[in-house]
Design a protein around this ligand. Sequence first.
Ligand code: NAD
Length: 291
Amino acid sequence: MAAIPEDYRTRPVAVVGAGTLGRRIALMFATRGGTVRITDPDAAQGKAAVDFAMGQLAEVTSSVDDGVPGEVTYEPEQSQAVADTWLVVEAVPERLELKKSIFAQLDRDCPSDAVVSSNSSSYASRLFTEGLRTSDRMLNTHFYMPPSSTVLDVMSNGNTAQEVIDFVLKSFPDFGLHPFLCHKESTGFILNRIWAAIKREALEVVHEGVSTPQDIDTMYTLNFGTAAGPFRMMDVVGLDVVLDIEKHYAQDNPSLPHGPQTVLEDYIAKGRKGLKSGAGFYDDYPDRDQE
Ligand SMILES: NC(=O)c1ccc[n+]([C@@H]2O[C@H](COP(=O)([O-])OP(=O)(O)OC[C@H]3O[C@@H](n4cnc5c(N)ncnc54)[C@H](O)[C@@H]3O)[C@@H](O)[C@H]2O)c1
């Protein structure tokens, strides 16, 4: 039987990586009065993450049942950040070798009953936890974009103890989160795969010359009532990132059409990577030099 941190309400959480997702994950776990320590070798990122999370904490806490604002702090040393924690979430860049080395370190440093998870968007945690002493308490917890999205995919590494999975599914809703279990290993988890299919088909429709990004987005938003369509959303994520993700799916499934990658490559070759480069499928983004 794997040990479960039943006293989780009184123990800290650590988030490894202070970037876009790390700071958002930290924010969510600070909504019940506890301490969340963010660790990152880049102190400027650590400070920005604390500012981001503390700046939104009061408002986000008010949307969590029985929420109480806690505290988000920066701790440069990973081994100190994880001391006494009940949960450690890794959110470092999507590089397999980096994830391997972080998890090997966490295997040595984490409390014996802590749950240790990865926010990776494309790697099954099996790939970087296999053979580790404490792999039975390691798994994927893939967040989307908290606090605006509170859903997450939960996936075993193949050796995760059932008690650990049950505990994650039971405890995360205390922090305003909605975890959903992948019943088997799946590249892209659950919602990500469905979103990938929407992006891919939208791009294929453009590649075949059937319609335009602007018309597809307009039809999509009018029909589904969403604020943005797939092309606007791809611009926000970044077309280079969308291309990397699509390539990863294509590696797993060579029968996928190549047209979507061609469309993305054409835009990227023209320097149009989306919002971050000032233009993508759309041109109406603020000039980055004036931001
Ligand atoms: N950006 C997204 O929309 C999104 C969504 C879901 C999941 N993810 C996943 O979350 C993870 C992080 O993505 P992100 O977009 O937040 O990346 P990011 O580049 O914004 O942030 C990564 C952070 O990790 C830090 N870092 C680098 N090496 C480190 C180390 N050894 N120890 C601690 N910190 C280290 C960097 O300094 C940086 O602050 C990735 O696995 C990504 O696939 C991202």
